[in-house]
Design a protein around this ligand. Structure first.
Ligand SMILES: [Zn+2]
Length: 844
């Protein structure tokens, strides 16, 4: 048995054994509170005016979140730890420690990336959150062992960055020749430390231990003596250190950490930089250094870096009262929700630079929407709510949470999406792990904290932000209260809340009326419902109407809340009824990809049509006219239990002569976040409303019925070459709707694609349409290529006098001496420093 397998079994056993402990703790009403923010009732240092009710005080027992949080604990966290061991991420610390002990013959190879160690930090953070809710001595001990390895890899002055410690003369090529000089580029030294600080704070709050916290403090103290006014200047190439330092400040009370967080934000900008230091060659937008942060208005560049920075800005604004920083965050948020937010709450339109696109540039199939960016969106939107008290931030947070974030992890918790596209031709599938493995770790640390997003307090008042069955123990200055929620949310909009103060007393409860129930899918004109069906939430206390009723002392909705200000007696019951009809949404016309298209939403859930639920496994050929009625039902047998949408639609297909066949057919859609749990195939969020927006199914040919394979991509990357033979006519070489490429492979002299016919066929013409994303990415037509056919076990070149052309935006046709063959093969060489790809291949 391998060590990894042993580990997995140990963790699995531990998971089962600790259920009883968790239940006991819950019954005893664990008084222990875990807050990453200042808590209600603490002597006030300046901080957010609104305090979240910590996730340790909110116990969910619903059918939606509780099972997912448990799967995160029992499947995702053990599997991510296992991957950290398997892929050498733990070993990095062991090797660095061996070098520090002066051992000889240490393996000095650099890691895949200089930020590989952050994956371990993130999973420790997730495990700590989990431990704080569900005690688990074996997991606790395992984490202690990892922390000992991390501590042993710390250099005497506090520096931790394993690649440089392992081999100071030849660290990873992004590390730079000495400490910090490539930080503004891609060394990720501060990013690594930021994740260390986040993990350390979580571990300390969860366990009370200082082991990892002491490592973090020693590293943070090194930063404090190195950087700051009158010392060296720097800003993080990849943000997170800013918000991590604020957490470290809250836990330790050391103002130097807060000052450094503010310094790192204030210093960011277009330079000039000290000699020998450089910004990222991808440009200043890439890591949000195009302007001083307080001057910024547009979200640009790498989306994860951006939202981590905006979160740090909110923290620093909250704690220091910096109004310019606060105003900048609000401006950037307005810009984002006006033109750069996907309906799923995802952000980052472009895979090139993992970045925001231009305003209204929101393509669906190539949408990047990194899972980490969704996690960062929820960090940021939650912070803006805590700062501003406006429910519009919770509206966006909820949209991201239920859709673009949750899609990042499979229902079994074992596989993950890096990008979260809104359309697929079968090329997308979740994976267990990645070469750049940021997303799984981020899911592991986010999921246990979900209950912490439900409630917040301000003075002697409570905000109810999200709805889920469970019990919250809420500290208020006037005395602790309990709120019991009973609801089937998000499948049903009826929410019963029983308010239990210890004895009758007056305080306020602010109940959020979600934007989607107020005819506002997002707080901007980017998306709109096409009708007003289901408008009007109802709210009662002990059966008496609240909003719209004349009874004092109820105050009208403001900032998205209805405030109920009354004397509450134990057992007083709030009933919120949010109607949940199926809603059709259309996009602002400036979003070209969504023109003549419609999306479906019900409650907070965005829907997608997926291949197993629609005729012939196709959804891109579907037209869903506005007049077609839609119904909804709960399917307990499907995808761990989901509400589905059903109706009739029109399926389009071409006949042999290119004529259009229109077929009335059943239609079904599932929650977007649950797609890709049943194998690869087509999926679409934005569906055609008219024929012209659909992709009719091509008439079957010798090619569309063939099987296709391509040379493999590195790091377990997985793209589906079936796009090459989907029969769809590309609009141009840069058409991003359905292609195959070898990116990030560049300059390869030999890649191949093989087409195997359903039965041996006589062919004499090949037509190739190359993929080339000049101006957007790094894929170009190839330097050269050739065409082979299968003869027995051999590949032979076709006989032709024609050229193997590489024209862009055109079919490249080769006519050759007819051959009866089982298969054809393309071999190509890429241009130096570029990748290659294909749009479509036709054979006659
Ligand atoms: Zn990621």
């Amino acid at each position: 048995m391998t060590e990894q397998r042993k580990l997995r079994i140990v963790l699995a056993l531990v998971a089962v054994a600790s259920v009883a402990t968790a239940a006991q703790v819950a019954c005893e009403g664990a008084p222990f509170h875990f807050s990453l923010f200042a808590q209600a009732g603490q002597p006030a240092k300046p901080d957010y005016p609104i305090k979240p009710v910590p996730f340790t005080a909110v116990h969910l027992n619903d059918a939606f979140w509780a099972p997912r949080i448990e799967i995160n604990r029992t499947a995702s966290i053990p599997s991510a730890f296992q991957q950290c061991e398997l892929t050498g991420r733990v070993n990095l610390f062991e090797r660095a420690a061996a070098v520090l002990r002066g051992e000889a013959n240490v393996d000095k190879r650099p890691p895949g990336y200089p930020f590989d160690e952050t994956d371990l930090y993130k999973v420790i953070e997730g495990a700590s959150y989990s431990l704080s809710v569900t005690p688990d001595p074996k997991l606790d001990a395992y984490v202690d062992g990892l922390i000992a390895k991390i501590a042993a890899a710390q250099e005497p002055d506090g520096y931790i960055y394993t690649t440089r410690t392992i081999d100071p003369k030849n660290p990873h090529r992004w590390a730079g020749p000495e400490r910090w000089v490539f930080e503004r580029d891609d060394s990720h030294e501060l990013y690594d430390l930021g994740h260390l600080f986040e993990a350390a704070v979580a571990h300390h709050l969860a366990t009370g231990k200082r082991t990892l916290l002491n490592v973090a403090i020693k590293a943070a103290d090194l930063l404090v003596v190195t950087f700051g006014p009158g010392k060296r200047t720097i800003w993080p190439g990849h943000q997170i250190t800013e918000m991590a330092l604020v957490k470290l400040y809250r836990v330790t009370g050391k103002e130097a950490y807060l000052n450094l967080a503010k310094f790192l934000l204030d210093e960011r900008g277009p330079g000039p930089y000290p000699e020998g230091e450089r910004a990222n060659p991808r440009g200043l937008n890439y890591n949000q250094a195009q302007l001083k942060v307080i001057e910024q208005s547009e979200p640009v560049g790498h989306a994860v870096r951006a939202v981590y920075m905006y979160s740090g800005m909110a923290d620093v604004a909250a704690v220091t009262g910096d109004q310019a920083m606060r105003a900048a965050g609000k401006r950037i948020w307005d810009y984002l929700v006006t033109s750069k937010l996907y309906l799923t709450g995802g952000i980052g339109a472009s895979g090139s630079g993992e970045a925001f696109g231009q305003p209204y540039e929101l393509p669906n199939m190539t949408a990047y929407n990194e899972t980490c960016a969704s996690v960062g969106m929820d960090f940021w939107n939650h912070r803006l709510f805590l700062l501003e008290g406006d429910a519009k931030y919770i509206d966006v947070m909820e949209r991201t949470l239920f859709n673009g974030l949750l899609s990042g992890v499979s229902l079994d918790g074992k596989t993950f999406f890096y990008p979260n596209p809104l359309e697929s031709n079968g090329q997308h599938a979740r994976q267990e792990w990645f070469g750049v493995a940021c997303c799984p770790g981020n899911i592991t640390r986010f999921m246990p904290s979900v209950p912490g997003y439900l409630y917040a307090t301000k003075g002697d008042s409570v905000y109810v932000n999200l709805f889920a069955k469970g019990t919250a123990n809420i500290d208020l200055p006037g005395g602790a209260i309990t709120i019991d929620q009973d609801t089937r949310y998000p499948w049903d909009g009826a929410v019963k809340m029983i308010v239990k103060p210890k004895q009758a007393r007056r305080f306020q409860v602010h109940v959020r009326i979600p934007g989607w129930a107020r005819m506002e899918p997002v707080p901007s004109a980017l998306y709109r419902f096409i009708d007003n069906a289901g408008a009007g939430a109802k709210l009662t206390v002990n059966g008496e109407a609240v909003a719209g009723a004349s009874k004092a002392p109820f105050t009208p909705a403001s900032n998205g809340y209805v405030t109920i200000d009354r004397t509450w007696s134990p057992g007083d019951t709030i009933m919120l009824d949010l109607p949940m009809p199926v809603r059709r949404i259309v996009s602002n016309d400036q979003v070209i990809a969504n023109r003549n298209r419609v999306a479906l939403q019900r409650g907070p859930i965005v829907y997608a049509a997926e291949w197993p639920d629609n005729p012939n496994g196709k959804v891109r050929n579907i037209v869903l006219p506005d007049r077609n009625a839609l119904t909804t039902e709960f399917r307990g047998d499907l995808l761990n239990g989901v509400q589905v949408i059903k109706g009739r639609a029109t399926g389009l297909a071409y006949d042999a002569k290119g004529g259009l066949i229109r077929t009335d057919q059943p239609f079904m859609a599932i929650p977007y976040a649950t797609w890709a749990n049943r194998g690869r195939g087509q999926m679409a969020v934005w569906l055609a409303r008219v024929d012209a927006a659909a992709r009719p199914t091509p008439f079957p040919t010798v090619v569309t019925t063939a099987t296709i394979a391509a040379s493999k991509l590195p790091n377990g990357r997985d793209k589906n070459p079936r796009n090459i033979i989907d029969g769809e006519e590309p609009a141009s070489s840069s058409d991003s709707s359905a292609y195959f490429d070898w990116w990030p492979v560049q300059g390869s002299k030999m890649e191949w694609v093989e087409l195997t016919f359903a039965k041996p066929s006589t062919v004499s013409t090949s037509e190739l349409y190359w993929f080339d994303d000049t101006g957007r990415g790094g894929v170009r037509v190839p330097a050269s290529w050739k065409l082979l056919y299968k003869s027995g076990d051999q590949w032979l070149p076709v006989e032709t006098t024609g050229a193997f052309a590489t024209a862009r935006n055109a079919w490249n046709t080769v006519t050759f001496k007819p051959v009866l063959t089982a298969a054809l093969r393309i071999e190509l060489a890429m241009q130096p420093s570029f990748s290659a790809g294909l749009q479509e291949w036709r054979v006659k």
